[in-house]
Design a protein. Structure first.
Length: 153
């Protein structure tokens, strides 16, 4: 996933305010936060000279349409099914110490990460340490993913 500067570079950079934001940078921040879409930038949609950038932004955000409430995204196209995230996730280890915690397949449905058909799936995301009133910035799954298939937005 791109960062805010990469998104900003694809915008018109005219600060026209047609989108309702004060600057294109503010729009980029809101686009990254999923508060707006590329379609909310009139020049990007209407002007032919921005067509390629509009298509890049649309493609960039279409792959993350189903972001969980924790901001967790698993990019299936990047995942090799290695299972590093399953073993590294402290919630998985606590919920299933003899399965996920020992490097074996999870033996319970209480875990967040599972490898299904060679790709990691995220379940029970409400149990993620990044969710709820006592949330913390846990990055165990991200740090152990060799293909960067997991991210939080």
């Amino acid at each position: 996933m791109a960062n805010v500067m990469e998104i900003y570079q694809l915008l018109p950079k005219t600060n026209c305010k047609e989108c309702g934001k004060s600057t294109c940078m503010a729009f980029a921040v809101d686009l990254l936060a999923r508060k707006v879409t590329a379609d909310d930038c009139p020049p990007l949609v209407k002007e032919d000279k921005y067509k390629a950038n509009y298509e890049k932004l649309s493609e960039m955000f279409s792959s993350v349409a189903n972001v969980s409430e924790t901001g967790l995204i698993v990019h299936a196209e990047k995942c090799t099914g290695c299972g590093n995230c399953v073993v590294a996730c402290p919630v998985d280890v606590a919920a299933d110490p003899h399965g996920a915690g020992s490097g074996k397949a999870p033996t319970t449905d209480k875990v967040i990460f599972k490898v299904v058909d060679g790709v990691v799936t995220a379940n029970n995301v409400q149990e993620c340490r990044r969710f709820g009133e006592n949330k913390i910035l846990c990055v165990a799954c991200i740090d152990t993913c060799p293909t960067k298939a997991i991210e939080f937005v």
